[in-house]
Write a protein that binds this ligand. Structure first.
Ligand SMILES: NC(=O)c1ccc[n+]([C@@H]2O[C@H](COP(=O)([O-])OP(=O)(O)OC[C@H]3O[C@@H](n4cnc5c(N)ncnc54)[C@H](O)[C@@H]3O)[C@@H](O)[C@H]2O)c1
Ligand SMILES: O=c1ccn([C@@H]2O[C@H](COP(=O)(O)OP(=O)(O)O[C@H]3O[C@H](CO)[C@@H](O)[C@H](O)[C@H]3O)[C@@H](O)[C@H]2O)c(=O)[nH]1
Length: 437
């Protein structure tokens, strides 16, 4: 099939390359010239495992090209819209300017029967509004909403073989045509047994935000248990293991630590709260405010632990911050707890030396004032204390004895509960983590 993908960021670039990998003929379009130049040269503009490989294969096959000209979408029959929906500046609601601009720019290039597929995460009600607009700007085009559930770090596999597919489609004949077009796009996943839910726009939009709200709630639940564990001497990791053995609960997403960040969970729960309030149902999701607060308190807890361990004063202390990305296997620093901790420590007067295997360039762009080291050994040199805030495998593999030889003070706060506490303590470290003795 001929496909266009509008917006080639973390979602869209992977989607475009993965669709070409599946045999479709794809054009990826973005307003960011640097991004398109990079993608056209076969170089992903961000770190995502597996993307360089499928990008190279797809470009070599001639099935994938990139452009800054929205007119190049003409000729495709399915158009995915994957532009950003960030948190509004100064508010909680989603900023829909990019979505609106993309639909407005795309409309003149559509042919009756084309299917426009929203992939961006949007507040419930957006698809119905856009569908009405399309009816006048591109008569005969059909809108579907097909939310995306990929995880950064696993984006390629999640796109090619998703856990499930959700189509929000209109009633009647247009809905049937949109469904059949999407079935052809995702034929290999569907044949492979991927569950499919075909529903209305509102449900599809809500599935996406409620899935993220549920994941955020699960993380904040275990982090709330960590807070209780901290005042009772209990161990939140053992607690998570024990409740996780109950198959109704499950162990995944019960890792207590410095909390969730990224370009999705934090802004999506805030946008959900804002939309529910607009709909007069703020009380239905009021608990998500607490989910957000618990999450933000964990960052403060890491800072408080460091201050305590450094005798009440971090001013002038050299602190090695291991990790900047919001999670391992990503270079994304949007709303990253790790970067936030580094920035807050610097604000308290600490000499922060931060490092990350892949996220330094992105962190430097938004926070040029921080000092960055290319690797952990350089960051650790002469440190008075160490804080691990992104559980990259190389940090988890650090040897406590060798690491002791690099620092000035053997103090470590493990913000991801990812190190072997006994091994670090027996090497002479003052080791502290979150929700564990
Ligand atoms: N990142 C993820 O893992 C992920 C997963 C699922 C859903 N989502 C959702 O997907 C959407 C995109 O997220 P992202 O992380 O890829 O964001 P991103 O910021 O990485 O990418 C968005 C891209 O859209 C481009 N863009 C903006 N306006 C445009 C326009 N008018 N025409 C063409 N391109 C335009 C930007 O230049 C940018 O490259 C968001 O709604 C997000 O919530 C993201
Ligand atoms: O037990 C856990 C699991 C995760 N996290 C943190 O939670 C955040 C989000 O992690 P994850 O969900 O793996 O990352 P994303 O790539 O942001 O993916 C989420 O957001 C995407 C965008 O909406 C969705 O598509 C995905 O399904 C959803 O998992 C990260 O900061 C993690 O460190 C924890 O603190 N504890």
């Amino acid at each position: 099939m001929k496909i266009s993908v509008i917006g080639c960021g973390y979602l869209g670039a992977v989607h475009a390359a993965a669709m070409a990998e599946l045999g479709h003929e794809v054009v990826g379009i973005d307003v960011d010239t640097a991004k398109i130049e990079s993608l056209s040269a076969g170089i992903p503009p961000f770190f995502e495992p597996g993307l360089p490989e499928i990008l190279a294969t797809a470009m070599a096959s001639g099935r994938l090209r990139f452009s800054t000209d929205i007119a190049d979408a003409a000729g495709a029959t399915v158009h995915f819209v994957a532009v950003g929906t960030p948190q509004q500046y100064g508010g909680n609601a989603a900023d829909l300017r990019f979505v609106d601009a993309a639909f407005e720019a795309l409309a003149p290039h559509l042919t009756p029967g084309d299917v426009v597929v929203g992939k961006s995460t949007v507040p419930v009600g957006t698809a119905a509004r856009l569908s009405e607009t399309l009816a006048s700007t591109a008569p005969g085009a059909i809108l579907a909403w097909n939310p995306e559930f990929l995880r950064e770090g696993f984006a390629v596999a999640d796109t090619i073989k998703p856990d499930r597919l959700v189509y929000g489609v209109p009633d009647g004949e247009p809905g049937a045509r949109a469904t059949s077009a999407l079935d052809r796009v995702y034929a290999s996943a569907i044949e492979g047994g991927t569950p499919l839910v075909v529903t209305d726009y509102a449900t599809a939009e809500l599935v996406k935000v409620s899935a993220n709200a549920f994941l955020a709630t699960k993380i904040s639940f275990i982090n709330a248990m960590a807070e209780i564990a901290e005042v009772t001497g209990a161990d939140v990791t053992a607690l998570a293991d024990a409740i996780g053995y109950d198959s109704r609960i499950g162990r995944r997403f019960l890792n207590a630590g410095v909390g969730f960040g990224g370009g999705c969970l934090p802004k999506d729960i805030r946008a959900f709260i804002a939309r529910a309030e607009e709909l007069g149902r703020g009380e239905s999701v009021v608990f998500l405010k607490e989910v957000d607060q618990i999450n933000l308190r964990r960052r403060q807890r890491v800072i408080d632990l460091l201050v305590e361990l450094l005798g009440g004063q971090v001013n002038g202390k050299r602190i090695a911050v291991l990790g900047l990305a919001f999670k391992p296997h990503s270079d994304d620093v949007r709303d990253s707890p790790a970067l936030d901790v580094a920035v807050q420590l610097r604000g308290l007067g600490a000499k922060v030396i931060a490092t990350d295997p892949h996220a330094i360039a992105n962190a430097r762009r938004t926070h040029p004032q921080l000092t960055y080291a290319d690797d952990a050994n350089t960051a650790l040199h002469d440190a008075d204390a160490v804080v691990l805030v992104t559980e990259w495998p190389e940090y988890k593999a650090l040897d406590p004895v060798q690491t002791a030889g690099r620092v000035r003070g053997q103090i470590i706060v493990d913000g991801r509960n990812s190190l072997d506490a006994a091994a670090w303590r027996s090497a002479g470290w003052t080791y502290r983590s979150l929700g564990r003795r």
